[in-house]
Structures are given as C-alpha cells and as structure tokens.
Design a protein around this ligand. Structure first.
Ligand code: GLC
Length: 748
C-alpha cells in the first residue's frame, strides 16, 4: 500500500486521522496501552469478528508535531507517525517497541514466494494483486523472540519461520515446516531485551507472517486483501500484554467442571454395545473418566442432527444409562449438510436460503463425509440462529457437549473456490473473506444455540477458529500422529495456543493417525494430564489405544496420571477462574512466568501449570532420565518432597512411571479426593497441600455447571501462610454451600 507524503492530520475523538497524498489512515487509541493502526481498503470501519463491542475507554492522550512526525502519547505508549504512514512505537520511557522498516524489501511487494505460489495455484494474477496487498514491515531490533500465532507447528519461539494464515486441513503428518494448520490466530507477542508487546493483525484474508525468514533486518505481515487494521498491544510484562489482548478479543468462560476430567474418544465407537462395553471397562479398570465421544458414525449416513438407529436402537436410554454411570456424552457435528431432498436439515436450509452459493446463484456443493453437501452460510445471524436451534435434537437426548469438526471448511473435491458467495452479516461477500472465520462463526452458532436452549455452560470444541473464538469454544490441535515428534510438538503448540488467548486446548492423546506404542501412550498421558482438554482420540484403522490395552504396568501408570489430574481439578478450575480476569492460560510456557530469564525463552519441553507447578515430562523414546531447568526460587520435587534451589539445570531420574513435577515453595495446592468421575455432583471435601514457605492462594467454588455464579452463587476463599505456620482462611465472597471438610496437609 502506498500512502505518500503526510499532508494534514486532525484529532477526532479517540482517533487521529491522517491525510496522505494517496490515502487516509488513522491511529485510534483504545486504552493507554492499545493503539489501532487502520486504513480502509474494503471498508471504512473495522470489520472484526474477533473483537465484539466497543473496547475503547476514555484515554488522556496528546497529539502534536515533533521532529518531522506526529507524536501521539498516552502515559504508557508513544506512537510517531511519518510520511507513507510509517509508524514507530515506544514505551513511555523512550524504549523502542517496534518501528516500521525503512529499507527496501528483498521481495518488494506484499506476497512471499509461498503466498504467490498459493495464489497462482488458485488462478490469480499475482502481479495484479501485489499493488493492493496489505503489508506491514517491522524492523528487527536484534534479539526479538516471537510467541503465539495459534496452533502452528514447530517450536515456542517463531523467530526465523514463515507462516500462512489460511485454515487448513492437511492430512499429511504435521511437520515443523507446515505453514498453516486448522487455526488462524494473527496475534503474536514479541519479547526483546527491554520491552515486550503484542501485534494483532485483524484481517481474515489469507495472510503471510514472516517472522524474520526473508531477512535478518525485518519481519513482516502481508494479506492479499482486506483492511490495514492492526493493534499494537503494550504492557509491562508478557502477562500484561496477554491480558490486554484478551481484553480485546475475549476470555474463556469458566467451563463445566466435568469437562476438566478425562475424555475418551475414537473414530468411532460404532455401536451401542461397544459404547456400553467401553463405559464398563473404564469402571472395571478404575480409570476415572467423565466423557465418551460419538464420532461421525453415530449419525444416519453422516447426516448432522440425526442418529443411526441400526447401530443405536435406543440412544436416549444409552445416554441416560451412561449419565447414571458418570459419563457425559459428546457428539460430533460437522458443517456439511448432506444434499438429500428427503433430509429435513437440507430441506430447511434450501427452503430458507441458508446455504452458501456459487457465482451463478446455485447452492454450492462440495463433498465431505456424507458425500455431496451444502455449507451453511454461518456469517448470517439467522443462519446461526437456525443452526443453534437444531441442537435441541441433541439436548433432548441428554448430550452435554458438541464437537465441531471439518469447519476450515474442509472439502474432499478440491478447495472451495475464492468466489463462493458467503455473507458477512448483511453484506454479500465471498469465500476469500470468510474462510478463516467459518469455524469461528460455526462455533459461535453452536455456543449461542446451546446457551439459549439449556441452562448449562455450553461445552463446544472446534478444530478451526480465528482470534476471539475462545469465547465460544475449546480447541484441539486436530489430526496429529502417534509419533514422538508429535508428542514433543504438543508442548510448544499448546503453550503457544495459550499465548494466543486459548487456554482451553488439547492434543489427541496417544496420537490420532498411525499406531501408538505403550511407551508413547504413557508418556503422552504424562503431558496430556496437564493439558486442559484431556482427551485420548485415535483414527479408524489404527491400533486401539484405550488405557488398558498395553499391559498392567502401563495401565497402572496411566491410572496414576489420570488420578493426579482428578486430584488437581480444583487447581485447574481455579486457573480458569483466574484466566477470566487476567487472560492468562492454564498451561504456560516458562517464558510467560520468567521472561527476564533467557534460559526460558525457547524452552520446548517444560511448562508450568499456573504459576505453582512445573512439569518436565519425558518426550524422548527410551529416555529414563532428563535435564530439568528450574528457574530462580526454591522448588520442591512433587514425588520425593526434596527441596531444590532453582536457577540451575538438574538431572532427574524419570523411569516410565515418572513425569518430573516441581512445586514452588510456599504453594497452597488445592485437591479433590480421586473419584471415578466429577460429573454433576457436588464436591464436599477440599484438600489443601501446604508447602513450606510463604504463600497465598485464592480458591473459587461454585456448582461447576450453570450460570448461577453470575447472581453471586459462588465462594471465593483466600488462604495464606507464612513459614510453616497455621493456614489462615478468609472468605472473600460467600454465596454457595461451603465445603463440609477442608483437610490441610503440611508438607515440610
Ligand atoms: C477429522 C477429525 C477427527 C475425526 C475424523 C472423523 O479427521 O479431525 O478428529 O475423528 O475427522 O470424524
């Protein structure tokens, strides 16, 4: 985009509007720490799917000309705007956050080779597109590390790699060189010597993020279309930046408590008998479990909102019986609606004109699991409402969660052409604009439908999403494989999802494709028991991987870690409660807690759960020892209770039954007694493990089920201790029946 010389500027409310020779641009001050840089290409106002509602607050700021620039300052950030809409950002003390790059690019227009090839493959005239490409090039100040960008493969620090935001279902085993996956989260946090900040490029078109691959001098972002619309998000620390990003795009509502238990899935448990046997086996082998999934085969010919009555003669009774045994049922729902005149969902969609069309005005058809299918046009409120209402069918059966898949949208007869007609609320638009938010809009439809039809907190899982979808759905990382490299990748992937506003996430434990081994499965449980979505899932045709299929030794170890998760459920639940006000994830890369410690900056095989627990799982085949880095402070080995000084690497024995875990000295760790399931019952007893040292902890308690907490039906406790002295308890809010028993265990 070319702007030319700055001709004039003026303050308009919380905006400063700039007239350049060739275009207008503006800087909007939303909060002292959040600045938006905008120039309209497809619309004069934001067209955000991620940000809902007006997030601007009254901010005191100054705007004045200084040294050939217009300088806009709040008490936290200064932006300097120059000719050609070059924008530089500084902290209040003058430290550079980021500056636009002034040199010439090696590739001088907005598309990388990757993006060019993709566009050419789709039949676009690349040269023609280049002039309109929206691109922002930022100077590399030297030591930047980049975190976030959603579910991308590879490592924690994204420096030196290039990614494409285009929600993609690629069945090949995911490798570090994958450019895109299922999710598009165009947000990253930059950490450099003296500063940290986030950049959120709110543009849903196919875009490219080059994090310093093309050059050691700059990193850049470019989209083929859409507005120049990005946010500089400042803060004193990474947690503050993340808090500001989730202030903009939303936080995850506290989930139903049972969703934090263990979930079992397979493509597919195909018959009623199989599901009943599975449930019985969980209780027989005494592996706690809260959820059983129904993958696509529960449906009649993969028709969504139907049930296969041949294999499930009485689904209502089955779900009722499962519930009695403490299992909640979750069903998959894909977006593709089978083209079948005799099928009620297809007929309704046609009758009300709810499906996307081709350029000739005919309903657009592509193939997914049911064969030829139509795609609901979820960008329209009335389509979302209709889809939401359809869930009554599942709720009537007692279904407690909905798993949205294939919503990139995936298609088997080639990708959807760019010109498929979709709607963005009232505006007719196309696939190019709507692709990356298709999963977002579908999840929103599902969430809002469940919210209207039931008093429970909706539990929705989605594969595809955009920034902001966290308000509506939990995510999993899609079709991984039973490979050690994929177990290793799970840690940076989940940690970066957390750094992208997605604290509720999981990987398919054991691996989806390929055959697992007992050792890999055990090690995966040792990571998975700390991921918020704790689900074992595998593909049709692969070796089965239920916990009891690999001999007694492995079964006992898996039970140990599933039980550990069940003990820690109040801790996980508290972390979700904390997330609401802070935006912090549950599973955290060490760098989020210890950003000043360079050893943490690219730590791919350790992570924190909240700020009290550190896990250093074994992710190498055959390894029985590992190096563990403990950041500064005093730590307690969770298993031996030995005290260890931090600020050093140690070697820890880690035979198959051991996942090294460390607890910060002074921690007050809440636990529940292990039970076969959490379900919908009330927890009457709380256990507090009090580790020697000083500590303070807030614990949240409610019914774990509905929205009564919004009317005050919850308790908030504050526990504190100094040294190993008595634990003090203070009730900060009382609105729910208190525990019948609090059992305090001092750990010297
Ligand atoms: C997709 C999903 C996978 C699911 C399968 C069948 O591959 O990612 O989880 O089991 O479709 O529905």
């Amino acid at each position: 985009m070319e702007f030319g010389k700055l001709c004039s500027w003026e303050k308009q409310g919380n905006r400063v509007v700039f007239q350049f020779e060739k275009r207008t641009g503006r800087v909007e001050i939303l909060t002292p720490e959040i600045f938006n840089v905008f120039s309209g290409v497809v619309s004069e106002e934001h067209r955000s799917k991620a940000i809902e509602g007006d997030k601007s607050v009254a901010v005191d700021f100054t705007a004045a000309e200084a040294d050939g620039a217009v300088e806009i300052s709040t008490n936290a950030v200064t932006a300097r705007i120059y000719d050609d809409f070059k924008v530089d950002f500084y902290k209040a003390d003058g430290t550079v956050l980021c500056r636009d790059y002034r040199g010439s690019r090696k590739i001088c227009a907005g598309l990388s080779d990757e993006l060019k090839a993709l566009k050419e493959a789709e039949g676009h005239n690349v040269e023609e597109q280049r002039t309109e490409a929206v691109e922002v090039v930022k100077q590399l100040e030297g030591d930047e590390a980049f975190y976030g960008l959603g579910d991308k493969t590879g490592f924690m620090d994204k420096r030196g790699y290039e990614y494409v935001m285009w929600n993609t279902d690629d069945p090949a085993p995911q490798m570090d060189n994958f450019k895109s996956l299922y999710k598009s989260i165009p947000f990253f946090i930059t950490l450099h010597k003296n500063a940290v900040f986030g950049l959120f490029y709110d543009n849903t078109y196919r875009s490219c993020f080059d994090m310093g691959k093309e050059s050691e001098e700059y990193y850049w972002y470019g989209a083929a279309d859409g507005n120049l619309d990005y946010y500089l998000i400042a803060g004193e620390s990474m947690p503050e930046v993340l808090g500001n990003y989730t202030y903009l795009t939303g936080t995850v509502p506290v989930p139903q408590k049972w969703t934090l238990g263990y979930h079992q899935c397979r493509w597919s448990y195909k018959t009623e008998a199989e599901v009943r046997q599975l449930a019985a086996d969980f209780r027989r082998y005494e592996i706690p479990c809260d959820a059983i999934y129904f993958d696509i085969d529960y449906m009649d010919g993969y028709r969504v909102f139907t049930w296969n009555k041949d294999n499930f003669t009485d689904p209502d009774q089955l779900i009722t019986d499962l519930k009695e045994q403490g299992f909640q049922a979750v069903t998959i729902i894909d977006p593709g609606v089978k083209k079948d005149e005799d099928y009620y969902v297809y007929r309704e969609g046609i009758e009300h004109d709810y499906f996307a069309k081709d350029v000739n005005g005919d309903v657009y058809i592509n193939a997914v699991w049911p064969g030829d299918s139509a795609f609901p046009d979820f960008g329209r409120q009335e389509v979302r409402d209709w889809w939401g209402e359809k869930h009554q069918f599942l709720l009537d059966k007692g279904i407690m969660g909905v798993w949205n898949d294939m919503n990139e949208p995936a298609s088997f007869n080639g990708p959807l052409p760019d010109d498929v007609v979709f709607t963005e609320e009232d505006e007719i638009t196309n696939h190019k604009w709507m692709h990356n938010v298709y999963g977002h809009n579908m999840s929103k439809a599902t969430y809002q439908g469940l919210r209207r039809l039931s008093d429970k907190r909706p539990f929705v899982i989605t594969r595809a999403c955009y920034s902001g979808t966290q308000k509506y759905a939990t995510v999993w990382t899609g079709d991984n494989n039973s490979l050690w490299t994929h177990l290793r990748m799970a840690i940076p992937q989940l940690c970066n999802l957390g750094m992208s506003g997605y604290p509720f996430a999981g990987t398919d434990i054991g691996g989806f494709g390929s055959d697992t081994t007992g050792e890999l499965l055990v090690r995966w449980y040792q990571v998975g028991c700390f991921s918020t979505l704790f689900r074992n899932h595998s593909a049709m045709g692969t070796r089965r991987q239920e916990p009891w299929l690999f001999g007694k030794e492995k079964l006992d170890i898996i039970r140990k870690y599933v039980e550990l998760r069940y003990e820690l459920i109040p801790y996980f639940y508290d972390l979700f409660h904390e997330h609401l006000s802070t935006g912090l994830p549950v599973m955290r890369p060490l760098v989020l807690e210890y950003e000043k410690d360079i050893n943490t900056h690219n730590m791919n095989d350790e992570f924190m759960i909240g700020s009290q627990l550190l896990a250093a799982p074994v992710v190498e085949q055959g390894a029985t020892k590992r190096m563990v880095y403990l950041p500064a402070g005093e730590w307690v080995d969770y298993w031996t209770k030995e005290h260890i000084a931090g600020g050093q690497y140690i070697i820890r024995d880690a035979p198959l039954d051991t996942c090294p875990i460390y607890v910060k000295a002074g921690t007050i760790l809440p636990k529940y007694p292990v039970e076969a399931y959490i379900g919908t019952k009330e927890q009457k007893k709380l256990i507090l493990e009090v580790y020697a040292g000083d500590g303070e902890y807030e614990h949240y308690q409610d019914d774990g089920l509905d929205f009564a907490y919004e009317q005050g039906a919850y308790n908030l406790y504050r526990f504190s201790h100094t040294g190993n002295g008595e634990l003090e308890e203070k009730l900060l809010h009382e609105g729910y029946p208190k525990y019948e028993e609090i059992d305090i265990k001092y750990i010297p």
